[in-house]
Design a binder for this molecule. Structure first.
Ligand SMILES: [Zn+2]
Length: 218
């Protein structure tokens, strides 16, 4: 069984409770300024998954179009991948990082018409010959209405999330009494972090902020 299945099942069971207790407005789990962190300790495994609106981490939520925007996304991804800064674990617990995975959609696709505005034809060259590209160009000009629809649908898809998974193997997990988080310092866009954790000792949900950045495990 995938370890994250356990997180998903548990999160589904407590999400209703957590939301009822929260006094803020939330739209399907996507609230700018807030992020979620799910933590599961089982045996020697420590799994943590951050789920955040892209706005908190990158500063925008549309597909990256310009070089600056692409660099902003890459900088955010690189920051999240600096595990020892994002997740601070006392050496006594003997935890070794097994992997970190960042999932984001801002660099994945270029919507129709955007490459043209960007004056950057890298993406077209990837799969089109120049000749084909010219035809595509004409086609877009001939069908201006279609282009407008594409822009409109991009606006509807304004919101985007980023998921980050951290996995550790710990030789002495019982000695782990807290975990420090570096997300607030690196990403000021995260103002509140809703933490849900499962350990052999506890199942709890609580909220951290820039003044309370440690997860207590005892
Ligand atoms: Zn959003």
């Amino acid at each position: 069984m995938n370890k994250w299945t356990l997180v998903a099942v548990w999160v589904l069971s407590v999400t209703g409770i957590a939301r009822a207790e929260e006094g803020f407005e939330q739209h399907d789990g996507h609230a700018h300024g807030r992020a979620q962190l799910d933590l599961v300790m089982e045996g020697s495994s420590l799994l943590m998954q951050l789920h955040s609106p892209a706005l908190n981490l990158v500063g925008f939520e549309h597909p990256a179009r310009t070089r600056d925007e692409r660099e902003q996304v890459m900088r955010a991804v690189a920051g999240l991948q600096q595990t020892e800064q994002m997740v601070q674990i006392a050496a006594v617990a003997g935890c070794r990082q097994q992997g970190v995975e960042v999932e984001q959609g801002l660099l994945a696709t270029v919507a129709p018409g955007q490459a043209e505005n960007d004056h950057d034809h890298d993406h077209d060259h990837d799969h089109d010959h120049d000749h084909d590209h010219d035809h595509e160009h004409e086609h877009e000009h001939e069908h201006g209405e279609g282009e407008g629809e594409a822009v409109q649908s991009a606006a509807v898809m304004h919101h985007a999330d980023v998921d980050v998974s951290y996995e550790f193997h710990c030789t002495a997990p019982e000695k782990l009494d807290k975990i420090g988080l570096g997300f607030f310092a690196r990403f000021p866009g995260i103002q509140a972090l809703d933490v849900r954790l499962i350990t052999p000792d506890a199942q709890r949900a609580f909220t951290l902020d820039s003044h309370h950045t440690d997860i207590g495990l005892r």
